[in-house]
Design a binder for this molecule. Structure first.
Ligand SMILES: Cc1cc2nc3c(=O)[nH]c(=O)nc-3n(C[C@H](O)[C@H](O)[C@H](O)COP(=O)(O)OP(=O)(O)OC[C@H]3O[C@@H](n4cnc5c(N)ncnc54)[C@H](O)[C@@H]3O)c2cc1C
Length: 375
């Protein structure tokens, strides 16, 4: 099987993680790929990302692991802590899944690796090209993110709802590169931090609030608001927050997974198909999985409508399950009162008696191999 993509023209709207990974995966199978990106340059204001083994298997198949390893750090553990800093449980990722690492990377470095590979392989990237109405291409891929035009063309107008949570993100200079993610859990708020390569540290802080915030990643805020909201936190948090001099804030909205992913000519992937709350750190990872599966389905048969229908049927249930898991995690981090004490005690005990059991809850996310699934 395979070969159906040879010399086929493909137009991709959006040059983010989903669009560029799809461009590489399609090009490697012989397609003629054009990417239309609205930004005048592929530059990134994003912060850190955690890449889990499910996505890294795709990166390996695309030959991108050495380039990614050079600009990312391994992540060996996730440490859950009380707001004051005391450890609740340490989840040892490296021991639970030896040989299948997690990586911590600045989103800008990931985009650079993808863009360079796409260009080297002969993908044509057209910058400064905002798509308002889906172009009449025979195969059109919508990788145009949260407010996707292609999703709207397939599904009509949809209205997301505000979750009552806002999030700040910041990157600070920090020479502590202990390769683990730390989660500090307080009533109605939590803060996640991990190191990035190049002496940087990523901070994401989430607060339950009634204040409505715009959706989107790029709204600047006063660092004093972040410091105020997390003033009661201890451990290293006050020191980190004291060093924040630029911060962005955004409202967390819940979107349904798109009900229609394709119509035989157009298909969507990444945030265009399934925007997620950030609490499973799977937004970029799902986009990378989608890209591989989409290219493999299209390459397996010249029957484009059948290939796109297969792609949708393979990807939609998994995306919906991950988005639901991220919604649940939002609640778990923010418990208050007796529920919080009970949950933390259970985690502490679980961490002592059966640490693997806590991690095994998400084996279905991290052990998934999109590459062998399609081979
Ligand atoms: C600026 C930014 C920062 C982020 N930071 C984080 C983070 O810190 N942690 C995290 O977990 N996730 C973050 N995310 C989300 C995460 O990166 C996404 O879940 C994941 O990258 C999915 O990528 P995507 O390619 O589907 O969408 P996006 O990354 O949103 O990419 C969509 C691309 O399409 C382009 N585009 C949109 N509309 C049009 C149009 N009409 N015509 C042409 N081009 C268009 C956009 O300019 C963009 O380049 C961030 C996203 C953005 C945009």
């Amino acid at each position: 099987m395979g070969g159906a993509l040879h010399a086929r023209p493909v137009t991709i709207v959006g040059g983010g993680v989903a669009g560029l990974t799809a461009a590489i995966a399609l090009r490697r199978r012989g397609a003629q790929v054009d990417v239309l990106e609205r930004a005048p340059a592929i530059t990134e204001v994003g912060a850190g990302l955690q890449l889990s083994p499910n996505a890294l298997r795709v990166m390996q198949a695309l030959g991108l692991l050495p380039a990614l390893d050079a600009v990312s750090l391994p992540s060996r553990a996730v440490v859950l802590r009380e707001a004051a800093g005391a450890q609740v449980v340490r989840l040892d990722l490296a021991r639970h899944r030896p040989g299948a690492p997690f990586r911590l990377i600045h989103r800008a470095r990931l985009i650079e690796v993808l863009e360079q590979s796409a260009r080297e392989q002969g993908v044509t990237i057209h910058l400064d090209r905002t798509v308002e109405i889906p172009p009449e291409a025979p195969l059109l891929i919508g990788a145009d993110g949260l407010h996707s035009r292609i999703r709207a063309a397939l599904n009509g107008r949809e209205v997301p709802f505000f979750t009552g949570q806002t999030a700040w993100r910041a990157v600070i200079a920090d020479d502590d590169d202990t390769p683990e993610a730390q989660v500090f859990m307080g009533p109605g708020r939590h803060l996640v931090s991990y190191p990035l390569s190049g002496g940087l540290r990523n901070i994401v802080a989430v607060l339950e609030t009634r204040d409505w915030r715009d959706e989107g990643w790029s709204h600047p805020d006063d660092p004093a608001n972040l410091r105020g909201a997390f003033a009661g936190f201890g451990g290293p948090v006050p020191g980190w927050l004291a060093r924040v001099d630029a911060v962005h804030v955004w409202g967390l909205f819940r979107h349904e997974v798109a009900s229609r992913w394709q119509d035989g000519r157009m298909a969507i992937l990444g945030d265009a198909a399934h925007p997620t709350l950030p609490f499973m750190a799977q937004g970029a990872c799902m986009a990378i999985e989608d890209a591989w599966t989409l290219a493999a389905c299209l390459d397996a048969t010249p029957d484009q409508p059948a290939a796109l229908a297969r792609y949708e049927s393979l990807r939609k249930p998994r995306a919906a399950r991950i988005v639901a898991a991220a919604n649940d995690n939002a609640r778990n981090y923010h418990l208050t009162g007796p529920k919080r004490l009970a949950a933390h005690a259970a985690l502490r005990l679980g961490g002592k008696l059966a640490p693997g059991a806590i991690l095994s809850r998400f084996d279905w996310i991290y052990d998934f191999d999109p590459v062998t699934e399609m081979s």
